[in-house]
Design a protein around this ligand. Structure first.
Ligand code: HEC
Length: 142
């Protein structure tokens, strides 16, 4: 029964990450954001806010529990949640927590390390958004 559901879900997927470049119209009609894609957009915005706070020297607040949803959010292609995906998720969460708990002197480095762990996972699962994610990186001599 479980396998049946998985196969059913997979056959319902019209849109996988690699097909991201569709004609705008087609995309508008066909694209249904997965839970994971929605979460990713939330953490992207969240990290852009963190980047700006770091650059302005503002306090970051606390680690956002929403980030932990990476362990459970439903992917466009549920088969992508394999051992490697879990490992990259853990690395990302660990690095993200380090941003909040690490020393102030290494804040920029720690933040970049977290962003690099987004990129590391994306290289294995979803290369489309990498150029966008790179915009989060903080130039260290700025
Ligand atoms: C463990 C792997 C992994 C990590 C870590 C990860 N991502 Fe993703 N990301 C994915 C996958 C897989 C998708 C595609 C989701 C889907 O299609 O359901 C995705 C999708 C996205 C998208 C596109 C969303 C959309 O609307 O299609 C953006 C933007 C994104 N991620 C940014 C980030 C940022 C920023 C980080 C780090 C703060 C990050 N990701 C960390 C795996 C990861």
């Amino acid at each position: 029964m479980k396998n049946f559901i998985v196969i059913l879900l997979m056959s319902l997927v019209f849109f996988s990450c690699k097909e991201e470049k569709k004609k705008p119209n087609e995309e508008f009609i066909m694209y249904q954001s997965s839970e994971m894609a929605a979460l990713m957009n939330t953490i992207y915005e969240g990290n852009m806010t963190i980047k700006n706070k770091i650059l302005q020297g503002e306090l970051l607040g606390g680690f956002l529990e929403t980030y932990l949803n990476i362990y459970s959010a439903v992917l466009t292609n549920p088969a992508n949640r394999n051992a490697s995906f879990e490992a990259f998720s853990k690395l990302y969460i660990k690095n993200m927590k380090q941003v909040y708990s690490g020393s102030k002197d290494s804040l920029k480095q720690n933040f970049n390390q977290a962003v690099n762990s987004c990129i590391a996972c994306h290289k294995t699962t979803c290369i489309g958004p990498i150029p966008r994610i790179k915009k989060l990186l903080i130039k260290l001599n700025s």
